[in-house]
Design a protein around this ligand. Structure first.
Ligand SMILES: Cc1cc2nc3c(=O)[nH]c(=O)nc-3n(C[C@H](O)[C@H](O)[C@H](O)COP(=O)(O)OP(=O)(O)OC[C@H]3O[C@@H](n4cnc5c(N)ncnc54)[C@H](O)[C@@H]3O)c2cc1C
Length: 388
């Protein structure tokens, strides 16, 4: 029998995350205005949570008492909107470090394993289509180094991390076609030039910058054994998490909207059929059921990941479905709640408008919604090059 009940440890971890997010809510409005201007305010652990256990660190130690490490992690991300970073980002959120952990040799892990590394894929002319990438590496036999040139943009946390794992094209030997290669780039190397912090519509806690590689020399040991497919296989783990984070903001906005409806005397009676409830109540219940359905796609992808292993490719379609559905649902749910709430929703007195802004990113990074739908169609129908 399939058991959908949560373990006591699952519940405890979810509660810890929710409590911590609620603590952060007190600073959310002010930090939303200032975080991108003064990112240094996000360093270290915020005093408000300094004496509390870090829920995600705790998870590492107790995951055997949960429904499964990756399942519990997703449930924690979905607990409620995380408006501010009360703890330094790194570790589990450092995508480049994940690639190193996964595909690096012992020597490479020894050399770079202590660093927090961002992931550098996107370029000014290559986002959804990495094939259009122009960044290039060539091997210099005399010095046993690679020389890199090019530019990476929209790189999460590059300004605060120690460097990045960059995916670039590598000149083929003896005139053969270029192939993709990944390199560990460490800040401070001559020729690695950091771009300024970007300011954005939402997710302002999420620092964003980029870098230029100008005759950047890296030792041959900096090249990882991770081609295009291997590097992007990490997306299978991350894509449902992107949805989970957006659904968390939706959960908070749905709860806020429900409270406002209740305060206005609107009764939410789930036992009435569609003909027995008002259009307003019907709309709200439909938004909630969209949330539940999207939650189900995240859980299905995570359950398959739990069974098959994080780096299996066997759940990639479900990961894309979770990403496509959750990100689109997040846009529809936040839009719907704002329409139900009316002008109040736009007031900076509440966080409703912030949650609306914050979820938009989920349908852009780690493969936009349109790209997920192309990937799903390719997998289901067995298309290869027909859809690109
Ligand atoms: C906050 C944030 C964090 C990010 N973090 C990182 C990071 O850490 N590392 C990194 O490398 N990148 C990162 N990115 C970049 C992100 O992955 C890209 O923005 C994304 O892949 C889309 O690429 P693009 O912006 O070039 O848009 P484009 O590829 O130009 O797409 C524009 C629009 O066209 C649509 N489109 C494109 N091709 C097709 C097609 N074949 N069929 C149908 N529609 C299509 C897209 O869906 C999209 O709606 C981040 C971006 C943001 C905003």
């Amino acid at each position: 029998m399939v058991d959908f009940s949560l373990t006591e440890t699952d519940k405890k971890l979810i509660d810890l995350v929710r409590e911590e997010n609620e603590i952060g809510r007190a600073f959310a409005r002010e930090l939303d205005r200032t975080m991108e201007i003064e990112p240094s305010r996000l360093r270290g652990v915020h005093p408000a949570v300094a004496d509390r256990e870090d829920p995600f660190e705790l998870l590492e130690g107790v995951h055997e008492e949960t429904s499964g490490l990756v399942i519990a992690e997703a449930l924690m991300f979905m607990a409620s909107a995380q408006d501010v970073e009360l703890r330094d980002v790194g570790g589990h959120e450092a995508f480049g470090s994940m690639v190193l952990r996964n595909f690096g040799t012992d020597v490479q892990k020894e050399k770079y394993g202590h660093l927090n590394l961002a992931i550098g894929i996107t370029e000014p002319d290559a986002g959804s289509d990495p094939g259009a990438m122009r960044s290039y590496a060539r091997y210099d036999q005399e010095t046993d180094e690679y020389v890199l040139n090019g530019e990476k943009i929209f790189i999460s946390f590059f300004n605060k991390f120690d460097g990045a794992v960059a995916l670039v094209k590598v000149a083929g030997k003896d005139g053969s076609r270029p192939e993709f290669g990944t390199f560990v780039l460490v800040k401070g190397a001559p020729g690695l030039i950091e771009s300024p912090q970007m300011r954005k519509l939402g997710v302002r806690k999420h620092e964003l910058s980029g870098f230029v590689m100008q005759d950047l020399r890296v030792p041959a040991v900096a090249r990882l054994d991770a081609d295009f497919g291997k590097t992007l296989s990490n997306f299978n783990h991350n894509r449902p998490i992107v949805s989970a984070v957006a659904l968390a903001s939706c959960r908070s906005l749905l709860d806020f909207t429900r409270d406002k409806l209740k305060a206005a005397g609107v009764e939410l009676d789930y036992t009435q059929g569609t003909s027995g409830r008002s259009a307003l109540v019907d709309r709200f219940i439909r938004l909630e059921s969209l949330w539940e359905a999207s939650w189900g796609t995240v859980m299905r992808a995570k359950w398959l990941e739990h069974k098959q292993g994080m780096y299996s490719n066997g759940y990639r379609t479900e990961a894309s479905i979770a990403k496509a559905m959750g990100a689109k649902a997040a846009r529809d749910i936040t839009q719907g709640c704002l329409e139900i709430l009316g002008p109040e929703s736009l007031s900076e007195e509440y966080l409703a408008e912030k949650w609306f802004r914050d979820v938009r990113i989920a349908d852009i990074y780690e493969g936009a919604g349109e790209i997920q739908r192309v990937l799903i169609a390719r997998d289901i129908f067995g298309y290869k090059k027909e859809l690109s």
